[in-house]
Design a protein around this ligand. Structure first.
Ligand SMILES: CCCCCCCCCCCCCC(=O)CC(=O)SCCNC(=O)CCNC(=O)[C@H](O)C(C)(C)COP(=O)(O)OP(=O)(O)OC[C@H]1O[C@@H](n2cnc3c(N)ncnc32)[C@H](O)[C@@H]1OP(=O)(O)O
Ligand SMILES: NC(=O)C1=CN([C@@H]2O[C@H](COP(=O)(O)OP(=O)(O)OC[C@H]3O[C@@H](n4cnc5c(N)ncnc54)[C@H](O)[C@@H]3O)[C@@H](O)[C@H]2O)C=CC1
Length: 256
């Protein structure tokens, strides 16, 4: 029986799939939970029985996600239901530390599932990319993932708890993309960070994996020019899943 990237046994025994909530004892922290993939992950984790700490730079959006979860959770620190919303800028070290403190104060334990999903793009051609555009994307996507991974791992290790850390990279972190030198570098960094964390934290019972999604229509992708979205590499669904890395068949790469 293998586990998928959420640590769920896969395939679940059919008889229990409907009745058994496979994450019923888990507390899951999801950053970037106010939109897109982070919101979808929060919904799925809650469906599997987890209590969800939904964090976002946009605190109101995080609360909207909590409302979606059916919990009556509300502002940080006072969950009326099983879930709670938190506001934090993960790129700031004090905020990341405070986030883990707030989550532990709210739920009286560290999160056993930690999904770093918060991310941004500031797309520009390399020739025109500003230092600020570079710095901000690296700060949120890479440093933010480092800060949350570190704070969560410190909480788990000091409490002697096992856990699963899942960092959202992107296929772009493996193949690069026009207009995304900053984003591709940040996502490639997430892969290396996660591989290192896996080597260091395994002895503490903490599993670390990165996921490299392909194109998923969300508010992030809405910023792309339509003429780019119309290109085959974005519209075709020929991304092949092999293991945890999506690979682009040769004809896709050849078309760029
Ligand atoms: C083929 C190799 C594989 C590539 C990667 C595989 C992709 C598979 C899907 C996975 C997607 C994962 C996405 C993800 O992780 C989340 C995101 O990052 S969503 C955002 C993705 N961003 C982009 O792809 C960049 C899109 N481009 C832009 O935003 C603008 O073009 C840019 C700001 C870079 C430049 O704007 P501007 O100066 O105004 O120039 P134009 O827009 O007119 O573009 C000039 C010219 O270049 C072509 N072009 C631009 N970007 C891309 C691109 N990403 N791929 C291919 N071609 C691109 C554009 O079409 C124009 O071509 P013309 O023929 O001159 O019109
Ligand atoms: N949509 C796609 O095609 C793909 C997305 N990804 C990655 O998946 C993750 C989620 O992306 P989407 O849902 O598409 O984007 P999105 O823009 O819909 O959601 C990103 C969320 O992160 C939050 N956020 C941004 N900066 C933050 C910060 N400093 N601190 C805390 N929260 C912050 C935003 O407020 C937003 O709610 C990102 O890391 C992205 O790079 C990876 C591959 C493909």
């Amino acid at each position: 029986m293998c586990s998928d990237w959420l640590g769920l046994r896969y395939p679940p025994p059919p008889a229990t799939m409907a009745s058994q909530l496979r994450l019923r004892s888990a507390l899951a922290l999801v950053t970037g939970a106010g939109s897109g993939i982070g919101r979808a992950i929060s919904v799925r984790l809650a469906k599997e029985g987890a209590a969800v700490a939904a964090c976002d730079l946009d605190g109101a959006a995080a609360q909207d996600t909590v409302q979606l979860l059916g919990g009556s959770g509300s502002e940080a620190g006072a969950p009326r239901g099983k879930h709670a919303a938190f506001q934090a800028d993960v790129s700031q070290a004090p905020a990341a530390r405070r986030l883990l403190e707030q989550v532990q104060a709210c739920f009286s334990r560290p999160p056993s599932v930690v999904v770093s999903c918060a991310g941004i793009t500031r797309d520009k051609f390399l020739l025109h990319m500003s230092e600020e555009d570079w710095d901000r994307v690296i700060a949120v996507n890479l440093k933010g993932t480092f800060l949350v991974t570190q704070a969560a791992a410190q909480a788990l290790v000091s409490s002697g708890s096992r856990g699963s850390i899942i960092n959202i990279s992107s296929i772009i972190g493996k193949v690069g993309n026009i207009g995304q030198a900053n984003y591709a570098s940040s996502k490639a960094g997430v892969i290396g960070l996660t591989q290192t964390a896996a080597r260091e934290l395994g002895r503490h019972g903490i599993r670390c994996n990165s996921v490299l999604p392909g194109f998923i229509t969300t508010p992030m992708t809405q910023k792309m020019p339509e003429k780019v979205k119309d290109k085959e590499v974005f519209s075709c669904n020929c991304l092949v899943e092999a293991g945890r890395c999506l690979m682009l068949p040769h004809h896709c790469l050849a078309s760029c």
